[in-house]
Write a protein that binds this ligand. Sequence first.
Ligand SMILES: Nc1ncnc2c1ncn2[C@@H]1O[C@H](COP(=O)(O)OP(=O)(O)O)[C@@H](O)[C@H]1O
Ligand SMILES: [Mg+2]
Length: 404
Amino acid sequence: MNPMRTPEDFPYITNIHVNDCYTYQNFDILLNDDKPFSHLVLTGRNGSGKSTILSSLDSHLFRYYSSTGPSEHIHQLEGLTKANPKTPNISRWKAEIQQIKNIAIGFNNEPSLLNSKYITYSFLKSSRQSKPEKVTTVTQEIEFLEQLNQENSSEFFVKQFKQYLVNKKVNQAFDILDNNKEKIAETERFFQLITNSLQRILEDSALELVFMKENFDFEIQLSSGQRITFDHLSDGFSALVSILMDLFMRVDIIRKEVKDFSYNPCGIVLIDEPETHLHLKLQYEVMPLLTSLFPNIQFVVATHSPAVVSSLQKATIFDLTTKTTESERVVGSSFSELMVSHFGLENEYSNIADDIFEQINHIVKTEANPQKRKERLQEALTENEAYLSPAMQLELESMILEIQ
Ligand SMILES: Nc1ncnc2c1ncn2[C@@H]1O[C@H](COP(=O)(O)OP(=O)(O)O)[C@@H](O)[C@H]1O
Ligand SMILES: [Mg+2]
């Protein structure tokens, strides 16, 4: 069979039965019937079990991806446990068995197809940073790829990102010597893709990725002239760039393997809190960026961000606290609508707004002089303007008018 899966014959997740995520037991998460797949967004209060479900998904998917599958793995671990009842590994094995047994996954194709180096699988945890290791030498291509395949964790991929880029640059130099136009263009395209994404994230369309051959390092040169290394990105950029480093490398390795640099591999990628450390605008942009760069990957994310929830199309939004699925209507919903309808706040007004109301009430009750009262109210309004939605501002203005 052709190893290059298409979205039509790839085993995407269609439903998850949760036996236990410590907080809740025995319920189903049914994904929408979007074709060819629906992304999944898990929401819910702290401690509702989002990360637990992602880890359990990882235990299943990683086993399918790297070997024979989760049932066989449980069988092996149980065998080991029986044969070695006294080893200190027992508790780890038991935890691993438990993590697999926590959930059962339904797919729309045979899940054993996940056991392939031509698919993209990754689990990006919430504590992630883009701190690639310093590069001292060029490594041999085959050994390097073997090591990446063996280690596989996202942490390891991110650490090796600079090494990957340096190897590419050096190989490109050989390609230039050989006048291998096709390969030179492929490498160019890879670097262009990274540059374009950095331009989008850092909102600088003239930004460039500069290779410094003296010390085998890369710097991001902003249009202002300022240069930053990957180690000095702010936490937010760092958390986002680490996702990109991981996925760019995985996808590029597959493209090289199948010798087709326009191939978009199919896959499943789990991300815990894609919004980690990001300001609001980027929270809206992170998932659209990822789904446009990796169109055949099904993303399963856990989030607290209304911006993430409302930015993702063809997604099933499932809230663990209420066990309900939101319909597509949340896409493009306003922040305040979502705060009320999905995140279960009583109203769209934040605590800050409540404080402002309190302050206004206090002035009304305590300031007897009408002229002074008016001035103080106007002052309070101006002072807090930035925190008020237009609707609230109108409400307060009319309140002040009524007082006079
Ligand atoms: N291995 C474990 N054994 C027992 N309880 C656990 C284990 N792992 C997590 N929990 C508990 O499960 C609950 C859900 O945690 P978590 O999945 O991290 O929630 P969320 O990501 O939604 O904030 C928490 O109360 C946590 O203490
Ligand atoms: Mg969590």
